[in-house]
Write a new protein. Structure first.
Lengths: 794, 420
């Protein structure tokens, strides 16, 4: 009996056993073209189409059907060796899959909405606490890293909560409240000017790299250990400080001398930040002024850029050295600067309630907010705070838990302020604060205000947005348009660059590897910083001027400073500030794919991989992500000894049919980008270690040799050949709608916390259609996204 | 019918409070209840791999010929097993494999749709974590941790050994202790209220949203328990140790310094029974570690491209890791506890999420298992399809957990036996 049954199963397609069987014509297609390989005991690619139920409400099954549609549509299935299905049949199959997926999705959404309850990620958390309380504070480093989905770390599904996270939120809330609320008098304003000649670093220097003169100190070396960390600016109180530095170029032949300023704790291993690169004019004191936030005991560090090494200067001695130097006349600081005391953060919570002395063990002059009517004052405070924290109007019921907390602590002999602090802390860990309150269907005005604000600003809605939401006006298309304009013009829209752009293009990985200094001696920190800034400025320009998003593929301009221009070969750019520059076509630049930043994050510090770069282009620019690699296939072992190129290694890969199907999609963009090395420099040949002809740059023999020549030519689907990156870009520009669809999908994913799905295809296409007439302008795209029903619904 | 205390409490709806009774027992009374000596586990990950040819012996079995890396562990040849061939099925090439190193969740490299599962240390902590002051320690030399919760959230890591040392061994001033107790009490009051609020929020939510709020609920409940346990512990004196509070290694590139501090802390924490579960993420940065003869960034060296110069530098870096591991094993072996060495009660699992960092492959992971009371002294070469989770089941069972599966396991690890 058993054997009979088994053989019956082999003959009869399993579909008949399921209620959810595909319709007759689909079954006929599958039997005709697919099931010969994709069925039975060991189906190819582990895809058994005979047992795959047509139940599109099951996520995993739906996904498999969609992959079938993608492959068939792309023409990679059936394989070339098999008879081609008729175009009409292909259309029939992909239409059926598309409509089934859309129907299942529509049904799910009616009940639950498209997105999943999303909590603030750690960047949004920090920004929100900053704006809610009005303080500068670094909280995100203390929170565990968020997991990402669909390429962004604000995806509801991927953001999880744990007891560990809650504990960190309790700590973070305490830290933030301690900074927002003050318990003492205003710290004294200190203003002081000092000379580098008195710095310890200068006095104890064992190398002769500093020259002390009457009016200044000259720094000759750019070696990092010859930087000067200011011991004379070492503030005891945190806050905003105004810094001024007077410096000039010394023996610099009329040329300006550059220097870098960093700020931070300046201890090994701590996080400092770059204030900027500056230029001091030759022989003319230039005054550099900036304000920055400093924690207590933070300090400044100054290092000349592009001067000689310590060794070179020391050999001659600073007294006799004739090369260029940076002469620093003085440094001045003033702070901490406050507009008022108690500061705005304190008043925002307590309003005009007075402070009184409440001595404690460690501080006899300890001040605390006091109240003559604690119960009613606490309610006012909590209602005001909760409204902004919850980003909507609040009722008595909403604040009841926090009023209860206050009362409980007051009853336990806490002082008024201490009891209020506990209640405020409660607000900051409550689910109404941490999660986005969205209901299935169309978003209410408050939810819309939050979605808009976290999209463009990565923080809570401001008073204007909340007021408009309160009046029920925000949903009006005209009002929404005005608000988007207002928000994009605000400096806070920098968050879109920092969080959307950097994740879309992967720029956060810029420090993942540091290129080998022997293979890439021309790489330095200024170049890296400039690369990232180039991409950011480029994005902001396109957004600001509503330029076509096709510029991301090919453009005749970019932003560059002197350092980056040298890297790219652009003539005539001076100074550290990035300026908009025209790109001569022979440089092969323009668009993001050929920017140093992107080329660096898509390479490791030693080698480039056409697979990695190809997949990057498919996923992020073309909007046709490759399927995940099959399991168990050994990755290619990179080899820089010069005997073989990655292209030759990959050729073997592409001889295997099952690999070729995907690799003929993935590899071509990667080959086109092989003309650029791991730091985004143009190359005609590979650099090798061990062997190869000698390479001489500026009269200096390099540590690497000349390897095999680069071959960037290949062809795209449909036999469209390209010889180099320029031709490749032109091929991409043939389908501008697809480029727009790709970027619209990315923006919608980021804006709503979930990637659009099959059911959203029509809406995404509608967005694309609307900007087609506007020359595919990026700002127009942002507007259309905000106006779309995808954005305005849960 | 006679109700046990446990079932009575369950019926009363407060079963969650039960582990706390265990938690407040002092060590002596626990010793009486629990005749078996404590079993411990430390999981260490070198995120840039170990160069296989320098680690794996040619021969399987007990008579293997040593290798450059194993040479440094020669004193512990009979205390360790080197295992080749293991991998996590469904965890494909890439640095993202780090997400699944201790969880075995499939396809972290695809990102989209990936949800992590609980790591083996956290699973064990649910069962044995309440017996110690710290259910587990999640240490890291660079920030990212190896441990994940049941909800798929990353457990934050401790990167500063000095503050971990303070939490473990230093008594605060009385007013600081009071302040801390008050903070814990405030925390519990707050959780009480926000838990209620979340319950009200749940009305009218779809299934996906409810899952998210459920995560919040269980987080609130777990944290309430932990804060209560912390409060109980805060009334008890901390163990005294002779060691001084360490200075943090402030150089971000200092692989050796950072590793040593974390290993020393591991030894002290186990010796004082402050915790029985530790995970350690070692350094794997792009920076140049201050090791003589090394001039290239660590991450770059792992992408050696077969360049002999780079391979030589990589060998220097990895030999340091082996030397430090030998030091840890030595300390654990020297420490005696109730008639045995600490090493015999501590499974030291040293491995990487990458099998070959140069190509980012995740097969044939480098695995060294020491101590824990297993039969050691061999090179266990397993079939290439053997899940690493099988070893995890063996490790969990060694901790006394009655479980038969974990992650993608198909059983325990064949060939690895408990010492008689």
């Amino acid at each position: 009996m058993r054997t009979v049954l088994a053989s019956t199963l082999l003959v009869l397609p399993l579909w008949s056993a399921f209620a959810a069987a595909p319709p007759e014509n689909v079954r006929a297609y599958l039997t005709g073209h697919c099931t010969k390989c994709h069925s039975g005991e060991k189906p190819k690619g582990k895809l058994d189409l005979e047992s795959l139920a047509a139940d599109f409400s099951v996520d995993a099954d739906r996904r498999r059907w969609q992959i079938v549609a993608e492959r068939v549509k792309a023409g990679t299935m059936p394989p070339k060796t098999q008879p081609r299905p008729a175009a009409g049949d292909v259309q029939m199959l992909t239409d059926w899959i598309g409509s089934q997926a859309a129907a299942a999705e529509t049904a799910r959404r009616a009940a639950h909405g498209r997105t999943v309850l999303r909590r603030l990620n750690r960047v949004e958390y920090e920004n929100t606490v900053r704006d809610l309380l009005g303080i500068e504070v670094d909280l995100k480093e203390a929170l565990p890293a968020d997991t990402a989905a669909d390429g962004f770390d604000n995806a509801g599904l991927a953001l999880h909560t744990s007891s560990f996270l809650l504990e960190k939120y309790l700590d973070a809330a305490e830290t933030a409240l301690n900074l927002a609320i003050v318990n003492g008098p205003q710290p004294p304003l200190v203003k002081k000017r000092f000379s580098f000649k008195d710095e310890r670093a200068v006095k104890v220097a064992t190398e002769k790299v500093f020259l002390a003169r009457d009016d200044d100190l000259v720094m000759f070396s750019s070696s990092p250990w010859n930087s000067i960390t200011t011991g004379q600016f070492y503030p005891q109180n945190r806050g905003i400080y105004r810094i001024r530095v007077s410096a000039s170029g010394h023996q610099s032949a009329g040329q300006p001398v550059s220097f870098q300023i960093d700020a931070g704790p300046m201890l090994m291993g701590t996080k400092n930040h770059l204030v900027g690169y500056f230029e001091a004019a030759a022989d003319q004191p230039t005054i550099v002024e900036f304000t920055d936030h400093f924690e207590a005991r933070n300090t400044l560090r100054v290092l000349p850029y592009g001067l000689a090494t310590a060794q070179a200067v020391n050999k001659i001695g600073a007294e006799k050295y004739e090369g260029p130097g940076l002469a620093v006349q003085w440094v001045e600081y003033e702070g901490p600067l406050y507009d008022q005391w108690p500061p705005a953060s304190h008043r925002r919570i307590f309003g005009d309630l007075q402070q009184a002395k409440v001595p404690i063990q460690s501080d006899r002059n300890h001040l605390e907010v006091v109240s003559s009517d604690p119960a009613s004052d606490a309610k006012v405070i909590l209602r005001r705070f909760a409204r902004r924290a919850f980003r909507r109007t609040v009722t008595d019921d909403d604040i009841a838990p926090f009023v209860a907390l206050f009362e409980q602590k007051l009853a336990a002999q806490y002082t008024f302020e201490q009891a209020v602090r506990v209640a405020l802390k409660g607000v900051l860990v409550s689910p109404e604060f941490l999660f986005f309150r969205e209901r299935p269907g169309r978003l209410d005005d408050f939810a819309l205000a939050s979605r808009l604000s976290y999209f463009l600003w990565s923080t809570m809605p401001d008073d204007e947005l909340l007021s408009l939401a309160g009046e029920g006006k925000l949903e009006q298309p005209g009002v929404l348009r005005e608000q988007v304009e207002r928000m994009l013009k605000s400096p806070q829209s920098r968050a879109l660059t920092e969080n959307f752009l950097s994740q879309w293009l992967g720029l956060r990985d810029i420090d993942f590897t540091v290129p080998d200094h022997l293979m890439y001696p021309e790489y330095d920190d200024l170049l890296k910083t400039s690369m990232v800034e180039e991409t950011q400025r480029f994005f902001e320009e396109i957004l600001k001027e509503d330029l076509s998003l096709t510029n991301f593929v090919a453009s005749d301009f970019t932003f560059a400073n002197e350092r980056l221009a040298r890297h790219y070969g652009i003539p005539g750019v001076k100074g550290h500030a990035l300026v908009k520059v025209a790109l001569p076509p022979e440089l092969h630049r323009g668009g993001v794919m050929t920017m140093g930043s992107v080329l660096k994050v898509t390479a490791n510090g030693t080698t480039t991989s056409p697979i990695v770069r190809g997949a990057w282009v498919l996923e992020r620019i073309m909007g046709t992500p490759p399927p995940p690699p099959p399991g168990g296939v050994p990755a290619i072992e990179p080899d820089i000894r010069g005997a073989t190129t990655i292209r030759e290694q990959l050729a073997k890969h592409r001889q295997i049919e099952s690999c070729a199907n995907c690799h003929k999609l993935i590899d071509p963009p990667g080959f086109a980008l092989e003309s650029f090395d791991v730091i985004g420099g143009w190359r005609d040949f590979y650099r090798t270690r061990g062997g190869g002809k000698a390479v001489v740059v500026d009269g200096k023999r390099m540590y690497y040799g000349r390897g095999k020549d680069i071959d960037p030519a290949d062809e795209l689907q449909g036999g469209r050949r390209f010889q180099n990156i320029d031709e490749f870009k032109q091929l991409l520009l043939e389908d501008k709608d697809q480029l727009a669809r790709a970027l619209a999908t990315k923006l919608l994913t980021y804006a709503t916390g979930r990637a659009p799905e099959a059911a959203d295809k029509a809406e995404v296409d509608a967005v694309v259609a609307k900007i087609r007439d506007k020359n595919y302008g990026l700002r127009s795209l942002v507007h259309e996204i905000v106006q779309s029903s995808i954005f305005q619904s849960k | 019918m006679k109700l046990s205390r446990r079932s009575f409490l369950r019926a009363g709806g407060v079963s969650l409070a039960l582990p706390l009774f265990d938690a407040v027992l002092d060590r002596q009374s626990r010793g009486a209840l629990n005749a078996d000596p404590p079993r411990r586990l430390v999981c260490i990950c070198a995120p840039l791999g170990l160069h296989g040819p320098n680690l794996f012996p040619q021969q399987a079995g007990r008579d293997y010929e040593s290798t450059p890396y194993l040479d440094l562990l020669k004193d512990f040849r009979d205390d360790l097993t080197v295992i080749s061939g293991l991998a996590h099925p469904g965890v494909d090439s890439g640095h993202d494999s780090i997400f699944s190193f201790l969880t075995a969740a499939q396809h972290p490299e695809r990102r989209a749709g990936f949800k992590n599962s609980i790591s083996l240390d956290q699973l064990a902590a649910e069962k044995i974590g309440t017996q110690t002051r710290f259910p587990s320690l999640t240490l890291s030399a660079e920030g990212f941790s190896l441990s994940w919760t049941r909800s798929g959230a990353l457990v934050p890591s401790d990167v500063w050994p000095a503050s971990v040392f303070a939490r473990l061994f230093l008594e605060g001033k009385p007013e600081e202790v009071q302040k801390q107790i008050r903070r814990l009490q405030d925390g519990r009051s707050i959780l009480d209220q926000v838990g209620d609020q979340a319950r009200r929020m749940q009305a009218g939510l779809g299934a996906g949203d409810r899952d998210k709020l459920d995560e919040y609920f269980s987080s609130v409940r777990e944290l309430e328990q932990r804060l209560a346990a912390n409060e109980e512990w805060s009334h008890k004196p901390k163990p005294k140790v002779e060691a001084q509070q360490p200075q943090n290694a402030m150089n971000a590139a200092d692989l050796v310094g950072k590793t040593k501090l974390l290993f020393d802390l591991t030894h002290l924490a186990f010796q004082t029974d402050s915790t029985r579960l530790i995970t350690i993420m070692l350094l794997g940065t792009s920076l140049v570690p201050p090791i003589p003869g090394v001039s290239d960034g660590h991450h770059n060296l792992s992408h050696h491209g077969q360049d002999p110069g780079k391979l030589e530098q990589l060998r220097k870096v990895e030999l340091e890791k082996m030397r430090l591991l030998a030091e840890l094993l030595g300390k654990l072996k020297q420490s005696q506890e109730a008639g045995g060495s600490l090493l015999d009660r501590t499974s030291v699992f040293f491995s990487s999420n990458l099998g070959n960092a140069s190509s980012h492959s995740c097969t044939n992971l480098p695995v060294i298992l020491a101590g824990g009371g297993f039969k050691h002294g061999q090179h266990l070469a397993v079939d290439a399809s053997t899940p690493l989770s099988n070893l995890y089941v063996s490790l969990l069972q060694r901790l006394g957990l009655e479980i038969g599966e974990f992650g993608t396991s198909t059983g325990t690890l064949t060939g690895l036996e408990v010492a008689g």
